[in-house]
Design a protein around this ligand. Structure first.
Ligand SMILES: [Zn+2]
Length: 167
């Protein structure tokens, strides 16, 4: 482990497999949902905020301007499918399937079996209010990328408990 991993109070979870961030810059298992931000295939100014609820698989997909995704009218759109693929790369299939409660019949989980398990349940569209907090969290993550690298403390991070010095 590197020094920063040893001194971190939060456990650092390395991605299960390395993944490219261009298509799905943000994915998380949070608020009882698999959710994240998916780039538009055609317009680099546009992103979609997509989510699938654990258990019910209620899905939402809308642009960052809150326009509903045309592909998500009757079921999972390509953004949601891409989100599932990237979540499996990030967290591993087992963790994703456990979190969203989508066990595959064969027991062998991958992005395809998780997607199939969810779509076969014929889920309904979910609560669109979910998108705003996801997108604002994504923007917060982006904001840290704009900070110049420094070892000085970030005032915003001060609510983290102080760590003991690494011997
Ligand atoms: Zn979509």
């Amino acid at each position: 482990m590197s020094d920063w991993e040893k001194s971190s109070t939060a456990r650092v979870t390395a991605p299960a497999r390395p993944r490219k961030l261009a298509k799905v810059p943000f994915v998380e298992l949070a608020d009882g949902r698999l959710q994240g931000v998916v780039s538009s295939g055609s317009d680099i100014e546009r992103v979609y905020v997509s989510s699938v609820a654990a258990g019910t698989y209620a899905y939402t997909c809308s642009t960052n301007n809150n326009r509903p995704c045309g592909g998500a009218r009757g079921g999972f759109c390509n953004h949601i499918r891409a989100l599932i693929v990237e979540a499996v790369l990030q967290y591993g299939a087992e963790r994703v399937s456990r979190y969203v409660k989508a066990e595959s019949a064969s027991g062998e989980a991958d992005a395809q079996s998780i997607t199939a398990a969810m779509t076969s349940a014929r889920p309904s569209p979910g609560d669109k209010q979910a998108a705003a907090p996801v997108f604002s969290r994504f923007l917060r993550h982006l904001a840290y990328l704009e900070l110049a690298p420094t070892t000085a403390p970030l005032p915003e991070m001060q609510w983290f408990p102080p760590t003991r010095a690494v011997a």
